[in-house]
Each structure stands twice: as C-alpha cells, then as structure tokens.
Design a protein around this ligand. Structure first.
Ligand code: ADP
Ligand code: MG
Length: 263
C-alpha cells in the first residue's frame, strides 16, 4: 500500500466486523484516515461508533477484517514489536500493589532496561506529568487526576513517538479535566509526540486537536474530518473565541448528521 513518509497512521477502506452470537457487528466500515507526524488527532462520536476499536487496531490488539492499515509504514504487528506506541486506557489501570514508580517501571522491566536506565526514565516522565515527589506513593493515595497522569507517565516511559489515549479524562470532573488538558497540550509540544485521543467532549476535542475525526455508529464510520485553524498557543479562554465556537459548531453538526443517518 502507499503511505507518505510522514504518515504515522494510514487507513484505507479499513473494515472490522466482530462476529457475535447476535450476528456480525460492523464496528468499522471503510475508514480512510491519515495521521501525520506531530498531529494531535481527536476521535469523537457516540458510544459504540468504533473509537476504541480503531485505537485497538492501531495497537494490534484487534485485527482488521479488510482494507489497509499501516503504523509508521509497517503493519500494526510489526509496529507493536518495535514498541511504536504508548497506550493510555480509559481507567488509569495502575496496579494497586505497586508504587507509582514501580508502575511506571513495569513496561521498562519487561523491555529489559537496567535499573539505572529505568530510574532515569521514571524521573524524566514523572517530571513531564508534574508528579515529582510522588514516586513512592501507591495509586490509591493519589487523586483520580494524578492517577491518570501517572498512567500517562507510564505510557511515555519508553518514549514511543505515538501516544494512543482512550478517553483518559472521561471520569474526571471538569476543573481537573481543564487542568489536564492544558498540561497535555504542553507535554505534546515539549515532546513532539503524535497523539490519537478519544473523547466524548466537544470542547475537549476542539481545544486539544490539530485534527478532529467525527465518527458515527452502525456501521462505525468517519463522517467528518476537521483540520483545526486554531493557533498552537492555546490558553483555556480560547474556548470563548468565535473561531473556537465555529469549529465546535461544525463538530456538533457532524455528530447530528451521523445520528439522523441512523434513525
Ligand atoms: P466506542 O469506543 O466508540 O464506544 P467500540 O469500538 O468499543 O466503540 O465498539 C464499537 C462496536 O463494536 C460496538 O457496537 C460494540 O458493542 C462492538 N464491540 C466492541 N468490542 C467488541 C468485541 N470484542 N466483541 C463484539 N463486539 C464488540
Ligand atoms: Mg470506547
């Protein structure tokens, strides 16, 4: 298949159908999408439209039924073997019996880094997510927002260029979420990562993204791809500007169009 050199994720006619006892579920249908290096791409759409499935296909946790998908120009399987991505789950998914430091160390242990290299990487990522000083705490001693930051640190620890984030802030209250959104943007700029980010929130998608992918269910498909015109410098009050509201409006229209199609 053809994909430009700067394409981190490239999908063409990508389909995935789950076989269930109630018959086939078309989770992804003819998805065409390019994620370029350094993009911050948000996936937004009602529950069941295939957002998680798409991230899981990129991560080689699900296999496509047909079409093409490449990650860093390779198959998802090859990309997984080269540790092409870090994955942040909806729930922080930290092990309660391990300290924050030991949670972040886990993937590094599996990859065989020595103790000194582990310590260096742990210190660096904790600094990136503003959790310096919490390395010896257990997850349950941290707030929900801090736990999610720890799980971002774990995904960053082996320094993959691509970060896959599935509704990482969905369970947090709005004030904490605002704060984490600001921090995540900073982190993205500092590290030059490519980020694929799933969310239910229109303001979150518009605030964070360079590109917004609007999806719709049954069958799961892409109904709109919006290239953001917002500047990269984004204070939180950018959300009250006409430009921001215009993009939010287009996302809302895309979501609505997806629904009327279904009913
Ligand atoms: P989203 O993340 O957008 O809520 P998902 O990707 O989780 O959507 O799911 C898309 C569709 O596929 C839904 O209808 C869901 O019920 C179905 N689905 C997801 N995972 C499985 C699975 N392992 N087996 C069968 N059906 C699944
Ligand atoms: Mg999901």
């Amino acid at each position: 298949m053809t994909s430009s050199a700067s394409s981190v994720v490239s999908a063409r006619n990508l389909c995935l159908t789950y076989d269930t006892n109630d018959g086939p579920v078309h989770a992804l249908s003819n998805v065409d999408l390019d994620v370029r290096k350094g993009d911050f791409v948000s996936f937004i759409g009602p529950s069941g439209c295939g957002k998680t499935t798409f991230l899981r296909v990129i991560a080689d946790l699900e296999r496509k039924s047909s079409g093409d998908i490449s990650v860093n120009g390779m198959s998802p399987e090859e990309a997984r073997k080269t540790r092409a991505y870090g994955y942040v789950f909806q729930a922080a998914a930290l092990y309660p019996w391990r300290t924050i430091e030991k949670n972040i160390a886990l993937p590094l242990e599996i990859m065989g880094y020595d103790g000194q290299e582990q310590a260096k990487r742990i210190a660096r990522t904790l600094e990136l997510v503003n959790l310096k000083g919490f390395e010896h705490k257990f997850p349950w001693q941290l707030s929900g927002g801090m736990q999610q930051r720890a799980s971002i640190a774990r995904a960053l620890a082996f320094d993959a260029d691509l970060l896959l984030m599935d509704e990482p802030f969905g369970a947090l209250d709005e004030i904490v979420r605002d704060h984490l959104n600001e921090q995540l943007l900073k982190l993205w700029k500092q590290t030059n990562k490519t980020i694929c980010f799933v969310t239910h929130s229109i303001p979150e998608a518009v605030y964070l993204s360079t590109k917004i992918v609007v999806m719709s269910p049954r069958p799961g498909r892409v109904t709109d791809v919006i290239e953001s015109t917002l500047p990269t410098e984004r204070p939180l009050d950018i959300r009250e500007t006409p430009e921001f509201l215009e993009i939010a409006h287009r996302v809302r229209e895309g979501l609505r169009a997806g629904h009327s199609y279904e009913e």
